[in-house]
Design a protein around this ligand. Sequence first.
Ligand code: NAD
Length: 486
Amino acid sequence: MQMSVEKKTMNCLHFIDGQYVESASGKTFVNINPATEEVLGTVAEGGKEEIDRAVTAAKKALKGPWKKMTTHERITILRRIGDIILERKEELARLESLDTGKPYSLSSTLDIPRAAYNFHFFADYLRSVGTEAYQTDDVALNYAIRRPVGVVGLINPWNLPLLLLTWKLAPCLAAGNTAVIKPAEWTPMTATVLGEICQEAGVPDGVVNIVHGFGPNSAGSALTEHPDVNAISFTGETTTGKVIMAAAAKTLKRLSYELGGKNPNIIFADADLDEVIETTLKSSFANQGEVCLAGSRIYVQKPVYEEFLHKFVDRTKELVVGDPFDPKTNVGALISKEHYERVKGYLEIAKEEGEILLGGGRPPGLDKGYFLEPTIIAGVNDQCRVVQEEIFGPVVSVLPFETEEEVIARANDTHYGLSATIWTNDLRRAHRVAGQIEAGIIWVNTWFLRDLRTPFGGMKQSGIGREGGMHSFEFFSELTNVCIKL
Ligand code: NAD
């Protein structure tokens, strides 16, 4: 890794077997700052050869000092990684905002502190993880042994780069595995620094490896096809998940999937509207709407529809779009030109399918960078593409509804099933509706409130398996039952 703080540039290398290395071919690609369109540096472009080297190092490291460490030693190292992330919080938050275009006010208060907490949390969790034991009458005693799965491929998206990478890496290491990480090509910087942090914390060489590159015909596909990779934990688009599943089938790898979402935000007429609006601003536009959990389908009960729309539009107008490093900024830049064009394509569709009530364009005065005004769409129905497809930008649709039964059916009318928010002060209704919405994560009168012990993941085409607490440990562990005849 080479970094120039003054120039705000950084060239990202792979981290393999404890060393920063270039690609064997010398190939690199350019990393762009989405807020300025300036070059942030180059990124080593890995492929089959680099993945082979990383997997070989990870396989060897499974039998090295990492295997012999006591649980206490492993906990100490994991805690230390979290500590160093916090010590380097400003630097990491700055890199995250340069790379993603997200406000520094967000990366410094959410992404990086949570990345540190992921390590602290799983280190603490490891202290109390046990296994099962059953006595079969007077006949036998059964107990389970927990062992690592082996070499695990961790494939990550660009929207919450370090937060989501560490959400996988911390339990992966806590359970004694070794890792080959493939960061998203658009956000390589904080992942690159993490190699150095792990080394400083005492992680033995080869336990954590990072290979940069693209997905298809590149580092991503090489990782999913590698016969010595035992499991893949993937967060990204549903369509990519399908491709990875086919590749992983050849060697029958264990898979964990956190995929896309088109999440309903259901507002009943009895809800506290001011609270609804403040939280809905976040669930719609935080992180430029580039959040898998974004509540991008807003269903509002008819008696308060007009009032909600009026107030929501007014508050959205107050959001400041612009320089990620300006403390006043609420909404930064979208990740890339390609993604910007994709989101703008949906705005053209929205004009045909309904009406853009607010936003839809480049904010005045911002000529460079992939900035888009927070956008509110109305006049659409459930079958419209802007209501069915994940846009992954600062774009939401607002739709009226009349009855509870109706909104449950409409909320479930999608192939996604990641999360939902229900706003009501009626306790019985809250429980009743929560039990019928097809989503893995349901919030009542809140959004994005997380307890890392709880199951996190999606139903239907939003994912397979759950992350969090014990669920992460189960994915990253092999259990062997030992049966002793008494
Ligand atoms: P993406 O699927 O395009 O890419 C994710 C990662 O997969 C990248 O590292 C990419 O290089 C890699 N990849 C792409 N093709 C591959 C292939 N054929 N083989 C192996 N690897 C491949 O997703 P993205 O655009 O980076 O992220 C946005 C998506 O992620 C959205 O759909 C969002 O909802 C989802 N997401 C889900 C969660 C969740 O927890 N459910 C969290 C964040 C993001």
